[in-house]
Design a binder for this molecule. Structure first.
Ligand SMILES: Cc1cc2nc3c(=O)[nH]c(=O)nc-3n(C[C@H](O)[C@H](O)[C@H](O)COP(=O)(O)OP(=O)(O)OC[C@H]3O[C@@H](n4cnc5c(N)ncnc54)[C@H](O)[C@@H]3O)c2cc1C
Length: 466
């Protein structure tokens, strides 16, 4: 079979790229080595983690907050098996939806491991060992990423686990040790903390979510600590040992002293690595870095002119929405259009509660670039909406250019900020000033009023409600 475009990998990058290419009249095939489509995001990432976060959030509220609202539930309890089954159903429905979309767009789906024969031919090796070769004028590599680990840690997938296993545990850990205070560690740590586990986070950097704005990391750590999570920042893990049903993690603290943590499960959440195993990149002559990251130019084109790469397997944030945008961009580029992505405006979100969301530059980035800026910060607790719901933690911080008032970065911690952040991504795409946002009428009472107030504070230094 010969196609205009062959996509390898069916995650958010691959399947969205395939759909966009088909919409633009291309004959498209997609190859996926697993029997379900959707990649990391739908199967073992975004969707299952959010399903468990939502379920555990309901339970946590029933235990801790219903009473305050005058609702009595005697001894709230949960059936963990049911929770995990619900998550599996959500995943099934969502991945099933991708099959429907492939059909709708006349995209041929091949199940099996895709590997290059040369720059235009891809061999598909199926589970039963049989194989076939298809041809693509253009090929898009969208093979994503896998959890990474530290060289001295052996992941046994039972007690020393990655995010994949943490989404399918049979029991709630008594004491979950989390190596890595990044997004995945904090989200999955939150799930089990809410369900009653003791959760200890061990982080190498001097703060959790080290790539986010320092104010945000500080606030998030404060709030999660209030919820009972324990944090050990500036701790470099040196060893992880399984002893029966226990796991012992050894680490060196800031003073160079060795400390030990003992739990019954250890989640290794130290990041993800680009995944190109089995692709036989060399047969097509495609270059990758030592880490396996495929090198691409501004058009996401590899060093082989008809082969493109998108998503987690290339540079940039390992996020589903970034992969999707890149899928669209490559499809449109191959159809002769001139698409473009503003990488500065890819929102970053943490689905803890309160949520965290950010777009644009952090204060540190502005300082490093010698940009003169002003900051406006507004606390969530000053909002009527926050008092009504009881979600008082967090803030919105708007960073604007000191001379032009253009918004350069927005950082939020609070209820539903994962959804609120898009107001500011849109504003920044249109190069709005802080004054523009301060002058837009925001619905009352809403959490979005904190954005208006923070923007006003950045603009003229005078919030109205605090
Ligand atoms: C626990 C967790 C939570 C997350 N939560 C979020 C979130 O809330 N929001 C967010 O934006 N991101 C989140 N992410 C990250 C997100 O899942 C990834 O950024 C996204 O899935 C990357 O998409 P992709 O298309 O590049 O690759 P992937 O989704 O990794 O898909 C790649 C696909 O390619 C297939 N494949 C690989 N090699 C071959 C081959 N040789 N032949 C055939 N098929 C192959 C793989 O099986 C896989 O299905 C989360 C990740 C994890 C682990």
């Amino acid at each position: 079979m010969k196609y205009d475009i062959v996509v390898i990998g069916s995650g958010p990058g691959g399947y969205i790229g395939a759909i966009r290419a088909a919409q633009l009249g291309k004959k498209v095939a997609i190859i996926e080595k697993y029997s379900t489509l959707g990649g990391t995001c739908l199967n073992v990432g975004c969707i299952p983690s959010k399903a468990l976060l939502d379920s555990s959030h309901h339970y946590y509220d029933a235990v801790h907050y219903f009473e305050e609202h005058g609702i009595s539930v005697e001894n709230p309890s949960f059936d963990f098996g049911k929770m995990v089954d619900r998550k599996a159903k959500v995943v099934e429905q969502t991945t099933g939806g991708i099959n429907f979309l492939m059909d709708k767009n006349n995209i041929d789906v091949y199940e099996g491991l895709g590997s290059f024969e040369d720059a235009t031919h891809v061999k598909i090796t199926k589970k039963d060992g049989s194989s076939e070769v298809i041809e693509g004028t253009n090929i898009i590599i969208a093979t994503g990423s896998k959890p990474s680990t530290l060289p001295f840690i052996s992941i046994d997938k039972e007690r020393v686990i990655t995010s994949t296993e943490a989404l399918t545990l049979k029991e709630v850990p008594k004491h979950l040790l989390v190596i890595g205070g990044g997004v995945i560690g904090l989200e999955l740590g939150s799930v089990y903390k809410r369900l009653g586990a003791e959760v200890t986070v061990i982080e190498y950097a001097s703060s959790i979510t080290p790539n986010m704005d320092a104010d945000v990391s500080k606030e998030l750590q404060k709030v999660l600590k209030k919820q009972g999570m324990k944090f050990n920042v500036s701790h470099g893990v040196t060893a992880v040992e399984r002893k029966g049903n226990e796991v012992v993690v050894k680490a060196k603290n800031k003073k160079g002293e060795e400390v030990e943590f003992t739990g019954d499960y250890c989640l290794v959440a130290v990041g993800r690595r680009p995944y190109t195993d089995g692709l036989a990149l060399d047969k097509a002559g495609v270059k990758a870095t030592e880490r396996g990251q495929i090198e691409v130019n501004d058009h996401l084109q590899t060093n082989v002119s008809n082969i493109y790469a998108i998503g987690d397997v290339v540079r940039g944030a390992m996020l589903a929405h970034k992969a999707e945008e890149e899928g669209v961009v490559v499809a449109e580029y191959l159809a002769g259009q001139k698409p473009h992505i503003d990488y500065n405006l890819i929102p970053g979100i943490v689905y803890t509660w309160p949520e965290v969301a950010a777009v644009g530059k952090t204060e540190q980035e502005l300082k490093d670039a010698n940009v003169e800026y002003k900051a406006g910060k507004f606390p969530m607790r000053a909002l009527g909406r926050s008092r009504a719901s009881g979600d008082l933690d967090g803030f919105v911080k708007v960073l604007a250019d000191k001379n032009t008032d253009e918004i350069l970065g927005v950082h939020m911690v609070g209820a539903r900020v994962a959804d609120l952040i898009m107001e500011m991504a849109v504003a920044m795409e249109f190069r709005a000033s802080a004054e523009d946002i301060a002058r837009i009428c925001h619905g009352h009472p809403t959490y979005s009023e904190a954005i208006k107030e923070a923007a006003k504070t950045a603009w003229d230094g005078m919030p109205l409600n605090s």
